[in-house]
Design a protein around this ligand. Sequence first.
Ligand SMILES: CC(C)(COP(=O)(O)OP(=O)(O)OC[C@H]1O[C@@H](n2cnc3c(N)ncnc32)[C@H](O)[C@@H]1OP(=O)(O)O)[C@@H](O)C(=O)NCCC(=O)NCCS
Length: 218
Amino acid sequence: MPISILPAVEADIPAISRLQVAAFASHPRMPMQWPRGYTADFYAYKEMGDREDFQDSANHYWKAIDSETGEMVACADWSFHLESDVEAGEKLTVESGPPESWPEGGNWELKRFYRLNTRRMIGDYIGKQPHIMLNVLTVLPEHQGRGAGRQLIQWGVKEADKLHVCMCLESTPAGLALYKSMGFVVREVVAANMHDFGWKEPYDEEAAHRIFMVREAR
Ligand SMILES: CC(C)(COP(=O)(O)OP(=O)(O)OC[C@H]1O[C@@H](n2cnc3c(N)ncnc32)[C@H](O)[C@@H]1OP(=O)(O)O)[C@@H](O)C(=O)NCCC(=O)NCCS
């Protein structure tokens, strides 16, 4: 299989930001979250956030490369929370207003709704347990189904089993089968009512779903 995985370096960040945007571009929630589309200020905001996360020593970015072409086809961002005396959800701060870099027209209230729920669910289902969280896994659409996603997850699962810690993530409906096959179990499905967040058209319920999953320590 000509896909290999390796740790990302900071110089990969612009490409990683673009890869994540490309992988989620057709997700039906994107026009609800970013009604103006992918503007220059959106890319600047995205890249700044990814760079800050990369520089956080708790985070581990990995990339999947097509060995034949050298192209980056997928990436994953993990954060390791190994202290057991801290309430995990408290570390995720959720400001009441958007940051200065927030792209014009972005749906801040929707972003805040999901972030508040993420914080609550980490508190409810992880509490003070040391854990590893998968923040993002993305595979370019034309390279999906080639095993890149599974290889990236396998790295995190191996680390968690070495450390005997639990894991958590939030999945889209598309990622469910992969995560279940790696031992993750659904704990809660969060669904925003998009009509409360300014969306006027009908929409597929699944577009609003974020599925919180946990894999117990082994
Ligand atoms: C979901 C996703 C991460 C899976 O990564 P991937 O590299 O395509 O998956 P893999 O090739 O490693 O396959 C792993 C499993 O994913 C599932 N899968 C992969 N491609 C799929 C497809 N086109 N349709 C449905 N399931 C698929 C299968 O269960 C597969 O297991 P199998 O090989 O035993 O059949 C990737 O397709 C993706 O990024 N999708 C869009 C963005 C997204 O929703 N990401 C969020 C995940 S939280």
